[in-house]
Design a protein around this ligand. Structure first.
Ligand code: BT5
Length: 265
């Protein structure tokens, strides 16, 4: 698999010597965070054929069966304040739309903030985790992405069968995980090159891909549920929600859950 990824990578890819591949791993994010703490360099990537403990936000699991998807984590060490990286998940989502479009010929949508979707179904998700130095400055960012590549509907476990899809299901052709992985790495390297200087363009692109905007949504904070309309994505990637009583609220990723197009949240 690693050889297939390397063969598919453009010669311009800057971090070809920093790719680690494991047939089986607990979680590529967890493994890469451990490497980051040991000093692994900017651009280190960890990919796996199968994850036994792939996870998303709030301890939710990400189903990661063997050879069916791309499970990838990339380490960045941006020289900036953590507050300058509020748009990192948005930037990653746009890059992943580019990668899927290049490989499979269709462009997914983004369900704010971190889901890649097609129609009402989820193709993949992003989990961004930051690490800090003892002084409290930014040490690293680990960007984890899982994208369903080869599954057919019957391959998904019962609990997500109605809400999940793969890139191959949507495109109607068998998409190679190695080619998709290479396109994802290339798109991430391009994203990194413009991450701090091209924030406005990145968020404009995000707004074009974001399918949440204009939709009726439920904002869940603990047991509290509020219904509103997703108005806009602000200049940090936060979601602005309008409520029927005329008030507005700006919601940051991770703070709340948004009940949207599929009923699992
Ligand atoms: C995410 O979490 O969607 C982010 C997933 C990130 C996974 C990558 S894989 C590489 C790296 N290593 C890791 O350990 N993680 C990252 P969240 O928004 O919390 O959504 C989780 C929910 O998505 C679950 O509760 C399920 O309902 C649903 N789900 C789980 N597996 C899925 C799959 N394969 N396809 C579609 N939906 C899935």
């Amino acid at each position: 698999m690693k050889q297939d990824i390397l063969r598919s990578l453009s010669p311009d890819y800057p971090w070809g010597d920093r790719i680690e591949y494991f047939p089986t791993i607990g979680s590529t994010n967890d493994f890469l965070k451990a490497l980051a703490k040991q000093g692994a360099p900017h651009g280190t990537a960890v990919l796996a054929g199968l994850q036994t403990g792939g996870h998303g936000r709030l301890g939710r699991s990400f189903h990661s069966p063997e050879g069916m998807g791309v499970y990838l984590s990339l380490l960045l060490r941006p020289e900036c304040l953590p507050t300058q990286l509020m748009h990192l998940t948005c930037a990653t989502a746009v890059a992943m739309c580019d990668a899927v479009e290049k490989t499979a010929g269709f462009r997914p949508g983004i369900k704010w903030t971190n889901d890649l979707v097609y129609g009402r179904r989820k193709l993949g998700g992003i989990l961004t985790e930051l690490g800090f130095t003892p002084k409290g400055t930014l040490d690293y960012a680990v960007i984890g992405i899982g994208i369903n590549c080869r599954q057919q509907e019957a391959d998904f476990p019962e609990e997500i069968r109605q809400i999940a899809a793969s890139v191959s299901m949507v495109s109607g052709t068998d998409i190679s995980p190695a080619r998709l992985a290479a396109a994802m790495l290339e798109a991430l390297a391009q994203m990194d090159a413009h991450l701090l200087t091209g924030k406005e363009a990145i968020l404009d692109a995000y707004r074009m891909d974001c399918v949440t905007l204009g939709k009726e949504i439920s904002v869940l904070r603990g047991d509290d549920v509020r219904h509103g309309t997703a108005l806009s994505v602000d200049d940090e990637g936060a979601l602005v929600v309008a409520y029927p009583d005329g008030t507005q609220e700006t919601i940051n990723a991770g703070e709340v859950s948004i009940r949207g197009m599929y009923g699992y949240l």
